[in-house]
Design a protein around this ligand. Structure first.
Ligand code: ZN
Ligand code: ZN
Length: 318
């Protein structure tokens, strides 16, 4: 069996992985990986630590990030590679708010929608919500449940709505996230894919489409919409859950449209079965020759300012 040496999709403790950036570098070195990218969700916070411990990995590091966005009514992800880390850090908050703020905004939208449709909610309830300890929908549900004075009236309104669309299970699925309900809350936590692409490009990076077959029967439509922008630079063709046919399908698109080919494990430490550089049961194999040119190109001239050493830059590629 040929040893895989490429893994361009890795998460650390700076998002939802369980290994620190330093641990990832050490593990990657032990596994004999030659080209990696740390692609934390909506974060480049791993990179200062990577710069500090750059010597523990002897291969090429491409700066990366994974960004949530949406397309065809589904939450999807895009990968950005080879951007300037400083620029990305600066531009990120324009498009991506902290989770706490997203939850607070969503709660306001829920309250507004419920009130507009006659539900009685005490004024100023928003101020009691910290944005983190619970989901906005659960918070508002418990508020409604504890309002003994109005619960009967409110339930009557909500149940009336259920009769009009009988398929329902629960407050969130049945009403808030159900487009058939008049209590449907139209809220997008993440920017449009056009904006996410803009963010990556504005930060000097290239846009890649990760794990496209995770989006069920909408996958090919989403792929179509993304490619139609003309701003996609590459596709993650090698991914642990992809079949050989799926990989070939994507490789063919890359070769006809002149796009870069990528691949990675989507390693999350113990939060996911996928293993670093290995995938599932060692099924990941990303041919190095397919990524060598663009990873070399995107790892060049990329510097990370080291917090302790002012004005001195550390080149990520060694
Ligand atoms: Zn994740
Ligand atoms: Zn991922």
């Amino acid at each position: 069996m040929i040893n895989n040496v490429v893994d361009l999709h890795i998460h650390t403790t700076k998002s939802d992985g369980t290994k620190t950036p330093t641990e990832v570098l050490t593990e990657a070195e032990q596994l004999g990986l030659k080209r990696i990218s740390v692609t934390d969700h909506e974060s480049v916070d791993a990179y200062p630590e990577i710069a500090e411990n750059r010597n523990s990995f002897s291969g090429v590091i491409v700066p990366g990030i994974e960004l949530k966005t949406h397309c065809r009514g589904r939450e999807i992800e895009l990968l950005g590679y080879g951007f300037s880390i400083e620029e990305m850090k600066k531009n990120l908050p324009q498009f991506y708010q902290p989770k706490e703020q997203i939850n607070k905004n969503y709660l306001s939208k829920i309250i507004e929608t419920l009130k507009r449709n006659g539900i009685i909610i005490k004024d100023g309830i928003e101020e009691e919500y910290d944005g983190l300890s619970t989901q906005p929908a659960w918070f508002i549900r418990s508020i409604l449940n504890s309002d003994k004075e109005n619960i009967e009236y409110n339930m009557k309104l909500l149940n009336q709505d259920v009769i009009e669309h009988p398929k329902t299970d629960g407050f969130y699925r049945g009403w808030l996230s159900n487009p058939a309900s008049k209590f449907f809350v139209d809220f997008q936590a993440y920017p449009s894919f056009e904006d996410t692409i803009k963010l990556i490009k504005n930060s000097g990076g290239k846009v890649f489409i990760p794990h496209i077959f995770q989006y069920g029967d909408r996958s090919k439509g989403i792929l179509q919409d993304l490619l139609a922008t003309g701003k996609i630079d590459g596709i993650e063709c090698y991914y642990p859950t992809f079949s050989k046919e799926q990989t070939k399908y994507l490789l063919d698109i890359c070769s006809t449209q002149g796009l870069f080919v990528s691949g990675g494990s989507d390693y999350h430490g113990t939060n996911k079965k996928n293993e670093l550089g290995r995938g599932l049961d060692s099924n990941l194999y990303v041919p190095e020759e397919k990524v060598i040119n663009w990873t070399n190109m995107l790892s060049k001239n990329v510097s990370v300012k080291n917090k302790d050493i002012e004005e001195e830059s550390i080149c990520l590629d060694m």
